[in-house]
Ligand binder design. Structure first.
Ligand SMILES: [Fe+2]
Length: 253
């Protein structure tokens, strides 16, 4: 079980009492920008599943970050994933790395993106390719189900009594968050007489490789990178041996 130290607890000071924020969920945000060429690569081609009048259109590929011409965006995202890991997960070993396993595009013209969580991922994120001033992402508090047990209206909303949080987003913005956080886009509707811009985001998932678990010599945990490398070496060794056998047998015939 992980316990946080007293140093990491933030304290709300009042003259006669204090309130500790015991646990919270991180939402990392930064601006990495997007230029016209990158936007053209991501939005220009027809690479979508579904028709344009669908509520949510997604890319066929889930390896969008491997497209040519958007290497800068991929590098920036990886750089910020590293910063997130360092400050939030703070791995004991430097060889624990989070790699992007999937990346895909979402487009909403006039509609919504249902509430969801990202499976088979530890940290997820979204990079905003195209947005309007009104676009946001909405997160649900992991404690929201408990608030259903008793509902008391609040005079003022704060991080303890709120069940969701809206972060307004803009083109070029990157957000990173734990994959367990439920999120979505409640509704996006065209304003009469105004030509609407599509909301386009590039979402991604990650998975850790390297040292997992373990905190001392007796219980070192596992190093998934080493295990895979060892298996590949064994496999390549076996392949090499088979080739040698082949060469030998051809010589003898
Ligand atoms: Fe998502």
């Amino acid at each position: 079980m992980k316990l946080i130290g007293q140093k990491t607890q933030m304290i709300v000071d009042e003259p006669d009492h204090e309130i500790l924020r015991l646990f919270s969920a991180p939402l990392y945000k930064t601006h990495i920008g997007i230029n016209n060429d990158e936007k053209e690569i991501l939005m220009g081609e027809k690479k979508w599943v579904g028709q344009e009048d669908n509520i949510l259109i997604q890319s066929e590929s889930d390896q969008i970050l491997n497209l040519d011409g958007i290497e800068r965006i991929k590098n920036e995202i990886n750089k910020h994933i590293k910063k997130y890991i360092k400050s939030i997960i703070s791995p004991l070993e430097d060889d624990t790395e989070f790699i992007i396993t999937q990346s895909w595009l979402n487009i909403i013209n006039d509609g919504f993106h249902h509430k969801h969580r990202h499976q088979n991922s530890i940290i997820s994120g979204a990079f905003y390719v195209n947005t309007t001033m009104k676009d946001f992402i909405e997160f649900d508090s992991p404690l929201a189900p408990f608030w259903d047990m008793l509902s008391v209206s609040s005079k003022e909303l704060n991080e303890f009594n709120s069940v969701n949080y809206r972060e307004f987003v803009h083109s070029g913005q990157l957000v990173i968050f734990p994959s367990y956080l439920t999120h979505g886009v409640p509704g996006r509707f065209k304003t009469k007489g105004i030509k609407s811009q599509p909301r386009c985001s590039l979402a991604f998932n990650t998975f850790p490789v390297g040292r997992l678990g373990g905190s001392h010599e007796q219980h070192p945990g596992v190093n998934t990178k080493k295990i895979i490398e060892e298996r590949l070496t064994i496999k390549l060794g076996a392949q090499h041996q088979r080739n040698e056998v082949k060469i030998d047998s051809s010589k003898s015939s």
